[in-house]
Design a protein. Sequence first.
Length: 206
Amino acid sequence: MGRVNPPVNIQTSTHRGRPGYSRDDVIDAAVREFNQRGYEATSMGHVASVLGISKSALYHHISSKEGILELAVTRAQDALDAVLQEAAESDMSAGEKVRALIRGSIEVLCADQESVTLLLRLRGNSEVEKHALQRRRELTRRVIPLIDAAQVAGEVRSDLDTGVLTRLMFGTVNSVVEWYEPGGRLSPGEIARHAEVLLFGGAAHS
């Protein structure tokens, strides 16, 4: 399936505003508010107020609220796509590629928790959201051949449906954004190990 061009023309600046905020600072603050208050309920004025800057200073960095949404979810999706591409193009066995995908995806979720949370909450209410949802579906379709290959290689059970396995795997991985605490008891790598053991070996004592 061909790629859909991003629907928003985003105008950004690489200069820092007078309060010392970069474009990434603005995006991060806005995304936190989107997740806490809801995207529709959060205005550009509210984001500016949270940052302690004027709306004109905010527009120095970004042209619209929809532009912030697109930048944030694109950032998250690009990172997840890169994990999949690296795993798929590696010289590892089929099963190890799937394991690497699990580990890498959880690392991304923990590193940019707010943006991934926003991505997972999209419902297709705008062209930006529809484009993001299409990219999510494409990512899922690209994972299925990795699971197929792991089944053929005998590293994943072949009596289970590939599509269901893929969706259950992503469901487990994506759930991390709801409860991960930066600086908590478990590091992203340790959480990834738990997910890998559960998905590949199960929780039953052998």
